[in-house]
Write a protein that binds this ligand. Structure first.
Ligand code: DNO
Length: 357
């Protein structure tokens, strides 16, 4: 595995590349052209500039998180072919710049969802949290305001204000689309892009639904092991793979993450590792990375990744806001840097244990 850190780019991230470079175990980042709207072609020059900026700081660019998918592709309307063409051009330009991993998601309307971006914990830190009962009380039109309320004025990933300004129209667009239809549209997209992925050896890494159940009655198709097996077998090409996100899949405690890792062996191209505290059905707080701070067995997760030969980029996911840091919710420097070192320590111990045995 390659330990990486997510970086949103100059002007968007409170964390600098120079700071990331000083986290001992991190040699690379995953990044994006954060202000690109879904559907727009990324030029090779723009990608080259991002890569040079990162390499100039002594780090490597290990992949893109994310190249977002235009809603026309998700709903499968007549404009989708044009947007797929644009996506293919972007992949081609990424391939020419020697980039081989692209994270994306296929969630309708919203990317990840939370009911609170800064819930106070007993240790004085804040975390993002989810409570289905609270979400059920929020009207769709108010959801963007609710989500951004505690965003510290950062632009939230996947919550482009330009898109969200048309939230009603977006909901209308998805009217009548069920999970079978959404999966069909995903397969249509994947089949269209596989040739360019094959040509440039680009691993597509689908991010699971977060949380792992339908929100606002919108269909969800990457929630559990069965969905993931279906996704991987529907387009049976190694370049059609997964981002193993423990926090998203783990939002449903019935998901056995080590088992999912074993089922997706060879097709996990990227890993987001974080921990959660379950508070009841449809209710959780995010937590620090260590097993003892949450409900998840981080050792078992890292061991399953190790045992299945995972060698892609891995990154600590959302951390707590600690030590007075003000950042994009979940994406501060301090707690994620602690997380990196903890996860790296687990990996080193597993690795040494397997050699010494
Ligand atoms: C949230 C992230 C997501 C993720 C996308 C991938 O913090 O995990 O925004 O990057 O779903 O496309």
């Amino acid at each position: 595995m390659k330990m990486t850190f997510r970086w949103f780019g100059d002007g968007f991230d409170s964390v600098t590349l120079d700071q990331i470079r000083q986290i001992p175990v991190v040699k690379g980042v995953v990044s994006t052209l954060y202000d690109k709207m879904p559907g727009v072609v990324w030029t090779q020059d723009e990608i080259h500039a991002l890569k040079s900026r990162i390499e100039g700081s002594g780090l490597t660019l290990e992949g893109i998180e994310s190249v977002n998918i235009h809603d026309a592709i998700k709903v499968g309307n007549p404009e989708r072919d044009q947007y797929i063409e644009n996506y293919i051009k972007t992949l081609e330009n990424l391939g020419k710049e020697d980039i081989h991993m692209v994270c994306y998601n296929f969630m309708p309307v919203f990317d990840w969802t939370r009911s609170d971006l800064a819930k106070l914990r007993e240790d004085g830190s804040t975390v993002m949290s989810y409570d289905q009962e609270l979400v059920d009380k929020i009207k769709v039109d108010d959801f963007m305001n609710h989500m951004t309320e505690k965003s510290n004025n950062f632009r939230l990933a996947g919550w482009e204000p330009e898109r969200m300004a048309h939230i009603r129209e977006l909901f209308l667009l998805y009217k009548g689309l069920d999970s079978e239809g959404l999966l069909k549209n995903l397969c249509y997209f994947l089949n269209a892009i596989m040739p360019v992925c094959d040509k440039y050896d680009i691993n597509m890494a689908m991010h699971p639904d977060d949380p792992a159940w339908p929100v606002f009655n919108l269909p969800r198709i990457v929630k559990d092991k069965a969905d993931i097996e279906r996704l991987l077998s529907s387009v049976d090409n190694v370049h059609n793979g997964l981002t193993l996100c423990t926090g998203s899949l783990g939002s449903n405690p019935k998901n056995d993450i080590p088992e999912i890792i074993r089922a997706a062996k060879g097709r996990i191209h990227f890993a987001h590792i974080r921990n959660l505290r379950y508070l009841g059905e449809g209710k959780f707080d995010e937590a620090a990375h260590a097993s003892c701070d949450g409900s998840m067995d981080m050792y078992a997760i890292m061991k399953a990744l190790y045992d299945t030969g995972f060698d892609g980029p891995i990154r600590p996911d959302h951390g707590r806001a600690i030590w007075g840091e003000v950042s994009m919710p979940g994406y501060g420097l301090y707690d994620r840097a602690l997380g990196c070192n903890y996860l790296y320590g687990l990996w080193e111990a597993i690795d040494r244990g397997s050699i010494d045995r």
